[in-house]
Design a binder for this molecule. Structure first.
Ligand code: SUD
Ligand code: ADP
Length: 289
């Protein structure tokens, strides 16, 4: 048997870090939403009990460092599964980009293997297992839009943000999440208004939402990688309503209401940036909701 799962990317509309915890992780408060940019995960049964990964992407490990491999290994061990699985990953989401591509591949693998191996687990149970793989995996198990707290694994569902285009621009560099958290100086950051963003989303208020985007991790990544600041400036200049870095970066996203302006911004960015995408938020509400 063979089955397919989509693994969508996420962006962080608001990302605050409260403090560093004794376990080395940071306590976060962030609003995440899945977007229509997805990897494709193909799972095929193996009778020999092995787990294999094939991604045809030189930036993605094809062994037990792959988060999808780790998801399969964890389920196999925890539920004493005798079968194996071949995991084919078609990468569309840029790697090490702040878009949770690896986490989403792991989450899709958990959802898919739950079906393939007939484990009968709930999404809540899969999300709990996902937290053992990485902080963003729990959110990716559910997708949609959520307030994430703890180290990111406590997920509270909220409505989708107002109708808008998301334009993504990824500079050629990749960023290490651990490096960004390690260089964060919380005494020097401006904290975003996460509660205000929550209210804007609940009220489906586009103007309020674009005025409240914020990410404390920008303070680190923009300093370490000036090209990210350059892309932010260009996206603003081309007319995006709001511009922010996603996660630990380096991907920058713009929020735009009108199609015509979205096209203008994409064309402008493509002049100097290889990876530019225009996508919708998954499960978005239309402006009349
Ligand atoms: C910054 C965010 C925002 O959504 O996303 P990305 O930029 O990775 O997409 C996340 O917090 C990233 O989550 P994730 O990428 O799953 O992180 P993990 O694998 O759990 O941890 C990688 C490393 O980041 C640091 N880390 C991660 C999460 C957290 N709350 N505090 C931390 O200090 C730790 O140093 C950890 O060793
Ligand atoms: N399935 C996967 N897809 C992409 N990267 C993966 C995967 N599994 C493990 N990795 C590793 O995880 C690192 C972070 O990748 P990714 O999840 O794309 O970034 P981010 O955490 O910034 O959203 C990569 O450098 C890569 O080596």
């Amino acid at each position: 048997m063979r089955l397919l799962e989509k693994a969508p990317a996420k962006i962080n509309l608001s990302l605050d870090v409260l403090h560093k915890r004794p376990d080395g992780f940071h306590e976060v408060k962030m609003i995440m939403t899945t977007i229509d940019l997805a990897d494709r995960i193909e799972l095929s049964e193996r009778k020999d009990g092995q787990i294999t990964i094939l991604s045809h992407n030189r930036y993605v490990p094809d062994d037990n460092r792959n988060l999808a491999y780790q998801a399969a290994a964890l389920l196999k061990e925890r539920f004493n599964v005798k079968q194996g699985v071949s995991i084919g990953i078609t990468k569309v989401i840029p790697v090490a980009a702040g878009l949770a591509g690896g986490s989403s591949d792991a989450a899709a693998t958990l959802r898919g293997l739950n079906r393939l191996w007939k484990l009968g687990l709930t999404l809540d149970e899969l999300a709990e297992i996902g937290a053992e793989i990485g902080s963003d995996v729990s959110f990716c198990v559910y997708g949609g839009t959520a307030l994430a707290t703890g180290r990111g694994e406590i997920v509270q569902h909220i409505p989708a943000p107002p109708h808008s285009w998301i334009v993504l621009a990824k500079p050629t560099i990749g960023v290490s999440t651990a490096e960004v958290y390690n260089n964060l100086d919380l005494s020097k950051v401006e904290h975003p208004d996460v509660e205000g963003m929550l209210a804007a989303i609940h009220e489906n208020d586009y103007e309020k939402m674009i005025g409240l985007v914020g990410n404390v991790l920008e303070s680190v990544t923009l300093r370490l990688y000036p090209e990210v600041a350059h892309i932010k400036e260009q996206m603003k200049k081309f007319g995006a309503d709001a511009v922010l870095m996603s996660g630990s970066g380096p991907t920058v996203f713009g929020i735009i209401q009108y199609d015509s302006r979205m096209h203008r911004i994409c064309n402008g960015l493509r002049g100097f940036c290889d990876q530019v995408f225009a996508v919708r938020i998954l499960g978005e509400r239309n402006s009349l909701d």
